[in-house]
Design a protein around this ligand. Structure first.
Ligand code: CMP
Length: 138
């Protein structure tokens, strides 16, 4: 068993019809999908999820966007999951993302950037627990 990361396919990528293509890239890159659900965040839930960014100028915009449509949340497993997944998705701003990365291919802007990936093992655990119960995470 490898270690785990957490991802969300964001409302822009869901609305633009990219769920299938993104899940394909994730599987081809060697990640096992441990748990997955399509859901929609309320403004309150999106605010809780991104509470670490509360003082940032883009917080309001971020919460509004993340609650604007459906998302796909998933827990992924692979050796070196957090770091390898962040390489696969590319830089936060798609303008700086490398060719072939998910954000380069599917993101619209720094805010509407198609996909989230946890930035540490600790946050992967916290974020996965936000969406999935113990019974859902085998
Ligand atoms: P994510 O990695 O999911 O977590 C924080 C998010 O804040 C990040 O993706 C971006 O989509 C968003 N973000 C970061 N910087 C900006 C910005 N300058 N303007 C709007 N959104 C931003």
């Amino acid at each position: 068993m490898g270690n785990r990361t957490f991802t969300m396919i964001k409302p822009d990528a869901v609305a633009n019809g990219h769920i299938g293509a993104i899940l394909n890239k994730i599987s081809e890159a060697g990640f096992r999908i441990v748990a997955m659900k399509m859901t929609r965040l309320s403004g309150q839930k999106a605010g809780e999820f991104y509470a670490v960014h509360k003082e940032r100028p883009f917080y309001g915009e971020l919460v509004e966007f993340m609650s604007s449509g459906h998302i796909v949340a998933a827990i992924l497993e692979k050796d070196n999951a957090v770091e390898d997944f962040r390489k696969l998705i590319g830089a936060t701003n798609p303008a700086n993302a490398e060719e072939g990365t998910i954000r380069k291919m599917y993101a619209e802007s720094i805010g509407r950037n198609a996909i989230h990936g946890s930035d540490s093992d600790e946050n992967a655990q916290i974020e996965g627990d936000f969406f999935f119960s113990g019974l859902e995470k085998f």
